[in-house]
Design a protein around this ligand. Structure first.
Ligand code: MG
Length: 158
């Protein structure tokens, strides 16, 4: 049996925060704001995984009202989502994702993101795809007000 899940997330870009994206630190003048480390890509992937298994979403598992997740490393949230999904017998077939950001140029950082996401999930690098797009200056991503990310996850079990 196979199931597909979809995830989407948005965070605001602000001064004075480290940019955490895809589980790594990307050098940039601004960072994403949020209750956790605001890693927009890992949040989209976490929601895609939970969605594929019909196990709710990141907000139900890690509510912003819970002080435990204040400033949390999103890799821990992703690992916990994987644990919950795997506990029901699911494995990951593959994940595809897209980050939407005007700046910085993300291409050079994608190999490190794939490596780190694969490590956290215990899968091979060729099972995780990360892409980056701009929106040609249009909308909140184009103006640099924020970043968005989309992800799909295919999971399977016998
Ligand atoms: Mg988020």
């Amino acid at each position: 049996m196979q199931r597909v899940g979809f995830g989407y997330d948005v965070h605001r870009l602000v001064e004075g925060r480290e940019l955490r994206l895809g589980g790594i630190v990307v050098p940039f003048a601004r960072g994403l704001a949020g209750h956790s480390d605001a890693d927009v890509l890992l949040h989209a992937i976490t929601d895609a995984l939970l969605g594929a298994a019909a196990l709710g979403d990141i907000g139900t598992h890690f509510p912003p009202s819970d002080a435990r997740w204040q400033g949390a490393d999103s890799r821990l949230l992703l690992a916990e989502a994987m644990r919950v999904v795997a506990a029901q017998g699911w494995h990951i077939d593959n994940i595809d994702s897209t980050i939407v950001a005007e700046q910085p140029r993300l291409g050079p950082h994608i190999p490190a993101m794939r490596r780190e996401i694969a490590r956290v999930l215990g899968i091979a690098e060729n099972q995780i795809s990360v892409k980056a797009k701009t929106t040609e200056g249009l909308g909140f991503t184009g103006t640099g007000e924020g970043m968005a990310a989309y992800a799909v996850a295919m999971i399977g079990r016998p």
